[in-house]
Design a protein around this ligand. Structure first.
Ligand SMILES: O=C(N[C@@H](O)C(=O)O)c1ccccc1
Length: 329
């Protein structure tokens, strides 16, 4: 297929007005069944060094939940806000994914919870974790980062989290099934060890789940059924941190890395990889503004890619250049 060889290039759609949408810290992006872009952002709340104590207990409850709508549904072509929801529910939004039935699955690192929401509902349909109580067992998370739902079985996978190092598997109705993963010990990180499992990409074609193992600067993939390690994808150009992954049926894996530390040579950028070989096919950066903390990435089958930035508080749209050429003709 032509996209898996060298002539594949991703470029920003520089006339897409979405970068002007007024947003808080953008934490999660997803596409709904109509290919609308859905943005999960923090409104007027921010995650900074005062947000948690040393035991990961959220310190800013007094602020109350975010009063703005934290979930925006955006028209992919003209970036119009089609629908917004999610006010007075969350304290620190993090991950967002949308299942094949169009339900939203979100995580909140302050509440240490995972929620299933209908696109037009106010109250969650399912809640996992105990509000504001960090923990590490069958019904407590610690700053859970993302959710992925198997389109075939409905099985729920949660990446948990900043202060745990595991992937937790639940049945479609939220019963704990099993977990895998452990803290990274000193020395070279081993397979199945994590240092902030930060983002999930479910790979239906290969029955695998890939995890952005953020502070280990790598992607690890596992068998959906068993949690058995299948492969690691790691490149020097990732630098120290790999923040997010997104898979497109047909074999492409997209990712964004973390901002460079002073003295690092690897720039902050997006990556397009061949899932099967792990090879990098292309890298990309925005033309307008700069990546500051690209926090999530989502891609669709037609190679449209969105990146959301928690520090730049913006979302960019990218497309593959051959598509761009048709557009320019
Ligand atoms: O990583 C951090 N935040 C991001 O992931 C995010 O989700 O905003 C963070 C780390 C230390 C202090 C405050 C924030």
């Amino acid at each position: 297929e032509e996209v898996l060889d060298g002539d594949f290039h991703i470029e920003e759609v520089v006339d897409w007005p979405g970068i002007n949408i007024k947003l808080g810290q953008v934490s999660g992006l997803a596409l709904d069944p109509e290919y609308n872009l859905v943005i999960f952002h923090r409104g007027d709340h921010v995650w900074d060094e005062n947000s948690f104590d040393s035991r990961f207990v959220y310190q800013q409850r007094g602020l109350g939940p975010i009063e703005q709508n934290t979930i925006l549904v955006i028209d992919p072509s003209n970036a119009a806000v089609l629908h917004s929801t999610g006010k007075n529910l969350f304290y620190l939004p993090h991950g967002l994914s949308i299942d094949k039935d169009g339900y939203y699955w979100v995580t909140d690192v302050a509440l240490h919870q995972v929620f299933k929401l209908g696109a037009h509902d106010k109250a969650p349909l399912l809640t996992l974790g105990m509000a504001l109580q960090p923990g590490n067992d069958k019904n407590h998370f610690c700053q859970p980062t993302d959710v992925a739902v198997d389109p075939i079985t409905g099985t729920i996978y949660v990446s948990d989290g900043y202060c745990n190092s595991r992937i937790v598997q639940f049945s479609p109705n939220g019963m704990f099934i099993m977990q895998w993963g452990e803290e990274t010990s000193s020395g070279t990180p081993k397979s199945g060890q994590f240092l902030i499992p930060h983002s999930l990409a479910l790979i239906p074609d290969f029955a695998q789940l890939c995890v952005a193992d953020r502070e280990n600067g790598r992607i690890q993939c596992f068998r959906l059924e068993t949690g058995e390690f299948t492969k690691e994808i790691k490149h020097k150009s990732f630098g120290r941190e790999l923040f997010a992954v997104s898979y497109v049926p047909g074999g492409l894996l997209f990712a964004v890395n973390g901002k460079s530390y002073p003295g690092d040579v690897e720039p902050v950028q997006g990556f397009v990889m061949n899932f099967s070989t792990g090879e990098i096919i292309d890298t990309f950066v925005p033309v307008r503004k700069n990546f500051e903390m690209p926090h999530d990435i989502v891609a669709s089958e037609d190679k449209t890619v969105y990146v959301g930035d928690a520090h730049a508080r913006t979302v960019w749209k990218f497309v593959s250049s051959e598509k761009m050429e048709h557009r320019s003709v």
